[in-house]
Write a protein that binds this ligand. Structure first.
Ligand code: NAD
Length: 498
C-alpha cells in the first residue's frame, strides 16, 4: 500500500515511529494509503534541518527568494491537473473545486513574489541633528504551520509561502487525512530552486503538534483548524514563548433583506451552503431572512435549488459536490441533523441515507435544509461543517444583524440587499472579521488579509497580505549618527530630538 512519508532536508524519509494513519478514499470508504505519524525525534530532525538552512536563506537577498516563488508558482500551474486530482481523491471535493483550492494557494505564492517590496523597511532622514532612524523587518527563524483537512493546498500556502519569502525556514504539519498534496508541493518547491531544509513537511497527529508547540527552536506557529484545538495550540504555544496565530471554526450567516435580488441570493447561497459538502470555514450555513414574505419565498426557492443539486463522486464532472471527508465526519453531520429535529427545527430536506450507485460505502450526504431554526438551538450555536443549511426567521434588519454579532464564531458573514446604506451600516457594525455585500463567500484576495473574530481566531494577526508579513517578521529599529568631536553632557540625559 502507498505510504506517505515525511519530507525533511530536501528528501522524502520514511517514518520510524511504527505508527500510521489511514488515508481513505471518501468516494468508496476504502483505505487507499497510509501516512506516517511522526515522533518527537522526527520533528526534532526536521527542526534541525530548518535551523541549518536558516542562516543562508535569511541572508539570501529578497529578489532571489522571490525568484524561487516565481518558479514555484509556475510549477504549481504546470502541475495543476495532477494536484487537483490527488486532492480530490483524498478530500472528496469535486475536481473543479480542488482546482480552486490549488489556485487560491497559487494566489498567495504570487503575493509572496512581491516580497522585495513587501519587506522593505522604513527610513527617516534627519530625525535629529545628524541622526537617521530606520527599521527593518527580519525573519524569525524556524517557524511552523499546522493545517486542517479542508483546504490541503490553499492553507499550507497561506502560511509557508509568506513565511519562507520573508526569510524564515518552515515546518509544515498537514492534516493526516489528506497529506499527499502538501507533500507533493514540498517536492515542487525544491524543484523550484529552494535550498534543502527551507520547507519541511512532517506528517503526524497530536504527538507532532505538541512537539512543535514545545520545541524551543520554533519561534512562531500558525494554526488553522477547529476552535477547541486552535485555543489549545494558542495557549500552549504562547505559554512556551512563541508567536501564535490560531484560526478556528465558523458559523457564517447570510442575511437576506426584502429588497435583495432573490435570484442572485438563492444561486449564491445554494453554492455557499452546499459547495464542497459544506466543509468550508467560509461556507454560509445560516440564512437569516428578514420578514415573512422574504422567508417564505427564500425557502420555496431554496427547496427547488437544493433539490436539483447533483451529489456525486469527486471525479464526476457534473457533480456539484462530493462526499464528506470521513465516516466519522459523516456520522457527526447526520447526528446534528437528528439533533435539529429533536430540538424542534423543521427539517424540510433530509440528506441522510443517500447512497450512490456503485459507491455504496462512500461518505455521501444529500443537501439538508432546516427552517424555523432559533438562536437557542445547539445546532445553531455549533459548527456542523456539512451540507446543511439552516433558515432563521427575523422580523427586522436589526434583529437579523444582531445574530452574527452575538454568535460565538465570527469568521465571515454576508448581506444580500439593494440598499447601499443598509449594507454599509451592517458592514461597519457587525462583530465579524470578514463581510460580503452581495458576495456569499467573502474570502479576501491574497494581497488583503484573511481572519475571523471571536472563537474563529486566537491571536491578533491575520493570514497573508501585509498582516502575514508582519506575523512572520520582527521589526528592528536602528537610530544612527556619526558624531564628530566631543558629545559633551548630552550623553547623560535621555536623548530627545526637540
Ligand atoms: P482539526 O482541528 O481536527 O485539525 C486541524 C489540525 O490540528 C490537524 O493538523 C490535526 O492533525 C491537528 N489536531 C487534531 N486534533 C488535535 C489535538 N487533539 N491536539 C493537537 N492537534 C490536533 O480540524 P479539521 O477537522 O482538520 O478542519 C476543519 C476545521 O477547521 C473546521 O472547524 C473549520 O471551520 C476549520 N477551518 C478554519 C479556517 C479558518 O481560517 N478560520 C479555515 C479552514 C478550516
Amino acid at each position: 500500500m502507498r505510504e506517505v512519508q515525511h519530507f525533511i532536508a530536501g528528501a522524502k524519509v520514511a517514518g520510524t515511529s511504527g505508527r500510521f494513519g489511514d488515508i481513505y478514499n471518501p468516494n468508496t470508504g476504502d483505505v487507499q494509503a497510509k501516512v506516517a505519524l511522526a515522533t518527537e525525534g522526527e520533528m526534532d530532525a526536521a527542526v534541525q534541518a530548518a535551523a541549518n538552512a536558516f542562516p543562508a536563506w535569511a541572508a539570501t537577498n529578497p529578489q532571489r527568494r522571490a525568484r524561487v516563488m516565481f518558479e514555484f508558482k509556475r510549477l504549481l500551474e504546470a502541475n495543476m491537473d495532477e494536484l487537483a486530482e490527488l486532492l480530490s481523491s483524498e478530500h472528496g471535493k469535486v475536481v473543479a473545486d480542488s482546482r480552486g483550492d490549488v489556485q487560491r494557494g497559487i494566489d498567495v505564492v504570487e503575493f509572496a513574489c512581491g516580497i522585495p517590496h513587501l519587506q522593505k523597511g522604513e527610513y527617516t532622514e534627519g530625525a535629529g541633528p545628524g541622526i537617521d532612524v530606520f527599521s527593518m523587518r527580519q525573519p524569525l527563524g524556524v517557524v511552523a504551520g499546522i493545517t486542517p483537512f479542508n483546504f490541503p493546498a490553499m492553507i499550507p500556502c497561506w502560511m509557508s509561502a509568506v513565511a519562507i519569502a520573508c526569510g524564515n525556514t518552515f515546518i509544515l504539519k498537514p492534516s493526516e487525512k489528506d497529506p499527499s498534496v502538501p507533500m507533493r508541493m514540498a517536492e515542487l518547491f525544491m524543484e523550484a530552486g529552494a535550498p534543502e531544509g527551507v520547507l519541511n513537511c512532517v506528517n503526524g497527529d497530536k504527538v507532532a503538534v505538541d512537539a512543535i508547540l514545545d520545541h524551543p527552536e520554533i519561534k512562531a506557529v500558525s494554526f488553522v483548524g477547529s476552535s477547541d484545538i486552535a485555543q489549545y495550540v494558542y495557549a500552549r504555544g504562547t505559554a512556551n514563548g512563541k508567536r501564535v496565530q490560531a484560526m478556528g471554526g465558523a458559523k457564517n450567516h447570510g442575511i437576506i433583506l426584502p429588497d435583495a435580488n432573490m435570484d442572485q441570493a438563492v444561486k449564491d447561497i445554494v453554492g455557499a451552503a452546499y459547495g464542497s459538502a459544506g466543509e468550508r470555514c467560509m461556507a454560509l450555513p445560516v440564512a437569516v431572512t428578514v420578514g415573512k414574505k422574504t422567508g417564505d419565498e427564500f425557502r420555496e426557492r431554496m427547496v427547488e435549488a437544493a433539490s436539483n443539486l447533483r451529489v456525486g463522486v469527486s471525479t464526476d464532472p457534473d457533480a456539484h459536490y462530493g462526499p464528506v471527508v470521513s465516516a466519522a465526519h459523516k456520522a457527526k453531520v447526520e447526528n446534528y441533523i437528528q439533533m435539529g429535529v429533536d430540538e424542534g427545527a423543521e427539517l424540510v430536506l433530509d440528506g441522510r441515507g443517500l447512497t450512490m450507485q456503485g459507491a455504496e460505502n462512500g461518505y455521501f450526504i444529500g443537501p439538508s435544509l432546516f427552517d424555523q431554526v432559533t438562536p437557542e438551538m445547539t445546532t445553531y450555536k455549533e459548527e456542523i461543517f456539512g451540507p446543511v443549511l439552516q433558515i432563521v426567521r427575523a422580523e427586522t434588519l436589526e434583529e437579523a444583524a444582531a445574530l452574527p454579532s452575538k454568535h460565538q464564531y465570527g469568521n465571515g458573514c454576508a448581506i444580500f440587499t439593494s440598499n447601499g446604506r443598509a449594507a454599509r451600516e451592517f458592514a461597519a457594525q457587525v462583530n465579524v472579521g470578514m463581510v460580503g455585500i452581495n458576495v456569499p463567500i467573502p474570502v479576501p484576495v491574497s494581497y488583503h488579509t484573511f481572519g475571523g473574530w471571536k472563537r474563529s481566531a486566537f491571536g491578533d494577526t491575520n493570514q497573508h497580505g501585509p498582516e502575514g508579513v508582519r506575523f512572520w517578521t520582527k521589526i528592528k529599529t536602528v537610530t544612527q549618527r556619526w558624531p564628530e568631536g566631543d558629545i559633551g553632557d548630552q550623553a547623560f540625559i535621555i536623548p530627545t530630538m526637540g
